[in-house]
Design a binder for this molecule. Structure first.
Ligand code: ATP
Ligand code: ZN
Length: 225
């Protein structure tokens, strides 16, 4: 549990979500002194600390109560939740808002030269992914008997490298798939960044601060529409 009396928010340190997270915090009126290498940034006008970490660590930090809030892609949230459930670790969070950035989809893809394929083609195949839990759930649901190869990066080169027959990876424009000679198939999950809260947060001061920030968040979202 974060027993610190400052509200602690986890965001991605550097990557696709970090700029949008920083500008969202700014739009919420949270003033921060973000120094490049610092793990924690203290707000200068509110009792808030921002923890800057790898996106993969964000759901766990919130689920374990190390951080009170976090901003993370639903893809990472769903994967971590499934993995933690399997390991009997805390996996509950309250989802406070779906944010309007970080959109991507988790989709199947295979070498273009194989042409169109239906789901049955995947039987007996190896599929490389960074999201083994989400992929396994999908395969089970679709009754596809394929094996899952876990890779933490460069998934799109797996077929060419002979590591797998197909992949299940994040796509936003499709340009990376195309550049790697891959053809896009079914979407398994659509994802946006979202704001999550520790499920058992019960500190009155922190809850009232969150209650003050939420209408501002809705205001920011409406202004963009
Ligand atoms: P970290 O070093 O924090 O682990 P990372 O390399 O895992 O970074 P990024 O590539 O920065 O992560 O992506 C962060 C999140 O951005 C993804 O989990 C996803 O929710 C979202 N995202 C949006 N578009 C894309 C995309 N085209 N490819 C990958 N992720 C995307
Ligand atoms: Zn990551």
């Amino acid at each position: 549990m974060n027993t610190n009396n400052r509200l602690r928010i986890a965001i991605q340190k550097s990557g696709r979500l970090s700029k949008d997270c920083q500008s969202l915090l700014k739009q919420l009126g949270i003033k921060l002194n973000l120094r490049e290498q610092r793990l924690i940034a203290h707000s200068t006008n509110m009792p808030i600390d921002v923890l800057r970490v790898r996106d993969d660590d964000i759901p766990g930090l919130v689920m374990d109560g190390v951080c009170d809030l976090g901003i993370v892609g639903e893809n990472v949230l769903v994967e971590t939740q499934a993995e933690r459930q399997r390991n009997g670790q805390p996996s509950e969070v309250s989802k406070l808002a779906k944010l309007d950035f970080g959109y991507c989809r988790l989709a199947l893809a295979w070498p273009q030269e194989l042409g169109m394929q239906d789901k049955s083609w995947f039987n007996g195949k190896r599929i490389a992914t960074t999201y083994p839990e989400i992929l396994k759930q999908y395969l089970e649901q679709e009754q596809i008997d394929a094996s899952v190869v876990m890779l933490t990066g460069s998934v799109e080169v797996a077929p060419r490298a002979g590591l797998a027959d197909a992949i299940c990876d994040l796509v936003s424009t499709g340009a990376t798939l195309e550049a790697n000679g891959l053809m896009q198939g079914d979407t398994i999950l659509e994802s946006n960044a979202c704001l999550i809260q520790n499920a058992s947060l019960n500190d009155d001061d922190k809850l009232s601060l969150i209650n003050k920030l939420m209408p501002r968040l809705r205001g920011v979202k409406q202004a963009k529409e």
